[in-house]
Design a protein around this ligand. Structure first.
Ligand SMILES: [Fe+2]
Length: 401
């Protein structure tokens, strides 16, 4: 499979009229894609679900092997949306997770799991994707493998397409990583609370600590050299579909220090796909690359991924979907190793227990078909998304699966 999963273009987006959508468009799409919906939907707990848009209620119900859409409110779960929120959900600009993590999820009955189960049905109907059913995802290259820079692009591409991630050992030297590590304390004074490029988290001792410096390359020449180096740029060519470094100057690299015992704020992100807040069908798959400045293992903040999850329409966050038949793997890394994951691959960082960790995150993306329209939508959504990193947290040692 290609990892280009884009099916939508921003400039072709049409506004959604709630009445017309529930009365005509949705039933049509549900019927058209019934074969993609039924096997996975029958494995979900789909309670009758009311979507109320600006006071106008419609109820979705799963009966035997199909969905009915009827006017009115009944059932165990209900979400209240405004017209813009409905439009963004329908057009895959936003998701229930985006509403939840920005404290905008208004569900007087039921909860996020109900919305997420029905969101899978909506995505399948509207995007023509198959809801994951047990046994759908199989592997031809195994689940766990490391590469070295001497391995071929073709072997890495095959594994990436299959498993959704790569672990490349020793891409950079210990000396290069030491030079980057030395820039952390030099960069830190440039980041203050309230700056959206600075993420802070509070540890058990009540101290607020700087845990993420976005745009770190502005203060680290050693980092610029790494990401402009041919060894690094090569990663963008591995999928073979024209990934480039699309992050803007001044926002190319996030530098993370992971303290032990975070009790407030986000340092170690629970299970998610990077497209969990929306825009999957406009942008996926992008590549996120982690550069291990210090090594990481189960005690020190390693990355974990669910191989094959990029090929499965499943809950995109905040935990591994209950009953999912795909198993997480740990990705312990040495100094100078890189990890690569697709934006649709479920991943989490394990809260460190014994040792802190330093890691850089950057990546590659695909150019939007209409970059101007894409930028407008990204900026519009950013205003809401900017709260995400203050509102999601997990306990030290938490695994979430
Ligand atoms: Fe992520």
């Amino acid at each position: 499979m290609s990892v280009d999963l884009r099916t939508r273009v921003d400039s072709e987006q049409v506004p959604v009229d709630a009445g017309l959508f529930f009365r005509e468009l949705l039933p049509l799409r549900l019927a058209e894609h019934r074969a993609l919906i039924a096997p996975g939907a029958s494995e979900l707990r789909l309670v009758d679900f009311c979507i109320e848009t600006d006071g106008e209620p419609w109820t979705l119900a799963w009966n035997d092997d199909r969905v009915s859409v009827t006017p009115g409110h009944r059932g165990e779960a209900r979400v209240r949306l405004d017209a813009a929120q409905l439009s963004d959900i329908v057009n895959d600009q936003s998701t229930p997770v985006a509403l939840m993590s920005n404290k905008l999820l208004d569900m007087p009955e039921g909860g996020l799991p109900d919305f997420l189960n029905w969101w899978l049905v909506l995505r399948a109907a509207l995007d023509g994707r198959r809801i994951h059913a047990r046994g759908d995802v199989t592997f031809s290259n195994g689940l766990r493998r490391s590469f070295t820079p001497g391995d071929s692009d073709e072997s890495m591409r095959a594994f990436l397409e299959d498993a959704g991630y790569l672990h490349i050992r020793g891409l950079f030297s210990e000396a290069e990583m030491a030079a980057v590590a030395a820039d952390f304390p030099k960069a830190a004074p440039h980041y203050e609370k309230g700056d959206p490029k600075a993420w802070f988290a509070t540890t058990q001792d009540g101290v607020d600590r700087l845990v993420r410096m976005e745009g770190f390359e502005r203060y680290s020449e050693a980092t610029v050299q790494l990401i402009d180096d041919e060894r690094f740029r090569r990663i963008g060519s591995i999928p073979g579909i024209g990934h480039t470094q699309v992050r803007k100057p001044g926002a190319r690299v996030g530098a993370l220090s992971k303290p032990i015992g975070v009790v407030k704020g986000i340092s170690d992100v629970p299970w998610h796909k990077d497209c969990s807040l929306g825009r999957h069908s406009y942008e996926c798959c992008s590549l996120t690359v982690g550069i291990s400045v210090t090594g990481a293992d189960a005690d020190s903040g390693q990355l974990r991924v669910v191989p094959g999850s990029h090929r499965a329409l499943v809950w995109p966050a905040p935990c591994v979907q209950p009953g999912l038949d795909l198993e997480p793997v740990d990705l312990p890394t040495g100094v100078g190793d890189v990890t690569v994951h697709l934006s649709c691959t479920l991943h989490m960082s394990q809260p460190p227990v014994h040792r802190t960790r330093k890691v850089l995150y950057t990546g590659f993306g695909q150019r939007a078909a209409d970059p101007e329209a894409a930028d407008l939508n990204r900026q519009r959504l950013q205003a809401v998304r900017s709260k995400t990193h203050t509102s999601v947290s997990q306990e030290p040692g938490y695994l979430g699966d």
